[in-house]
Design a protein. Structure first.
Length: 163
């Protein structure tokens, strides 16, 4: 059974980057001082093998929990970014980058606070988007002539339970 832990930059570091507005500190003033800019990730690693950045909108339906995780996927040639539009909590199930198979004991689960997004590092195994409530997500990923998505079925399902 997987009980998602709160998403923190330190805990998620082996799998990618947490995206969140800074809690303190000043950004760089822009637009004549009417806004602050905070650069969050300087390279999304989307250019491998002729790839290019693609921006998409995913309209997610709410998942039911407990949720059975039966498969994982990875994008070996580029990162994948999920940013909720509005306050949207979601669960992210991940496993370290590497070759298949992915075993249930390798899985980690995190739950966002509704304002956080994530950048999954290239090669990180992850479950498809698990939205707690229905809503829209901006997704940035690599686009190219060949699809960059490997799928691995788990030998036995893992259950994600929200405490």
């Amino acid at each position: 059974m997987l009980v998602p832990q709160p998403l923190t930059p330190r805990a998620f570091e082996p799998y990618g980057t947490v995206l969140a507005g800074p809690s303190s500190g000043a950004g760089r003033p822009i637009n004549g001082g009417n806004a602050e800019r905070f650069d969050l990730v300087d390279d999304l690693q989307l250019g491998a093998d002729g790839g290019r950045p693609m921006l998409a909108l995913f309209r997610a339906q709410a998942r039911h929990f407990p949720h059975a995780v039966t498969e994982m996927e990875r994008h070996a040639l580029g990162s994948q970014t999920f940013v909720p539009l509005g306050e949207r909590r979601f669960v992210i199930v991940v496993a370290p980058a590497g070759e298949a198979p992915v075993e249930p004991g390798m899985l980690q689960a995190f739950i966002t606070d509704g304002h956080q997004g994530v950048v999954l590092a290239p090669g990180t195994w992850h479950h498809a988007l698990l939205a707690v409530g229905a809503g829209d997500f901006v997704v940035i990923e690599r686009a190219a002539a060949a699809v960059d998505c490997d799928v691995c079925w788990l030998r036995e399902p893992a259950r994600v339970v929200i405490a």
